[in-house]
Design a binder for this molecule. Structure first.
Ligand code: IMP
Ligand code: MG
Length: 186
């Protein structure tokens, strides 16, 4: 169909077009600007996936604010949770700061569940989460985002910063994996 995208041999179809995304991101930016005016918040974008959302959002939060980015390394280890997350590159002091984490998507919530305690160790004045997407039916931990672009069903998406095996981040629209044609044989 017109507008579909193929990434690594899988077919994706548009879920949200850029105009709709822009409108929603602007709304979130306005809400954040009202709530954080005078608080000089520091945004922490989680790389790689959040870089486009973070950029579009931050440009429109027209109050005094800072932004920094970190990369999370996750290990499937022998810890009790089986999943350990460490951050790379956080140089700013978060002590007594109003912190807003920026994520591309909260899927199972595993990443943030492991990472938020590390942020809390810095004793921020407050901590909130802004995420472009959530998949509520995939959530496994009690993680609640404060600013959510869109809630989507539990299917794989690409575009607007999100990738499928490295590709698709540069699509302006957001695309969702098409269902396999049932009954079709090779
Ligand atoms: P979680 O730890 O299960 O919440 O997963 C979070 C991370 O998984 C996100 O930051 C993404 O990098 C990746 N992810 C989860 N779902 C998708 C998707 O549908 N498309 C692309 N990346 C995804
Ligand atoms: Mg990510």
């Amino acid at each position: 169909m017109i507008g579909d995208q193929i990434v690594h041999n899988k077919e994706f179809t548009p879920l949200f077009f850029k105009t709709e995304i822009d409108k929603r991101v602007s709304q979130l930016a306005r809400e954040i600007a009202v709530e954080y005016d005078g608080k000089k918040p520091i945004f922490i974008g989680i790389l790689n996936g959040s870089f486009i959302f973070a950029s579009d959002l931050f440009k429109q939060v027209n109050i005094e604010a800072e932004i920094t980015f970190i990369k999370l390394l996750s290990y499937k280890g022998t810890s009790s949770s089986g999943h350990v997350v460490r951050s790379l590159g956080l140089e700013e002091s978060l002590f007594n700061r109003h912190v807003i984490i920026i994520e591309d998507i909260i899927d199972t919530g595993t990443t943030l569940h492991s990472f938020l305690p590390e942020i809390m160790e810095h004793q921020p004045a407050s901590l909130k989460i802004a995420t472009f997407l959530t998949k509520p039916s995939a959530l496994k931990y009690d993680i609640k985002a404060d600013y959510v672009g869109f809630e989507i069903e539990d299917k794989f998406v690409v575009g607007y910063g999100l990738d499928y095996d490295g590709l698709g981040r540069n699509f302006n629209n957001l695309y969702i994996l098409k269902d396999d044609d049932s009954g079709q044989t090779e």
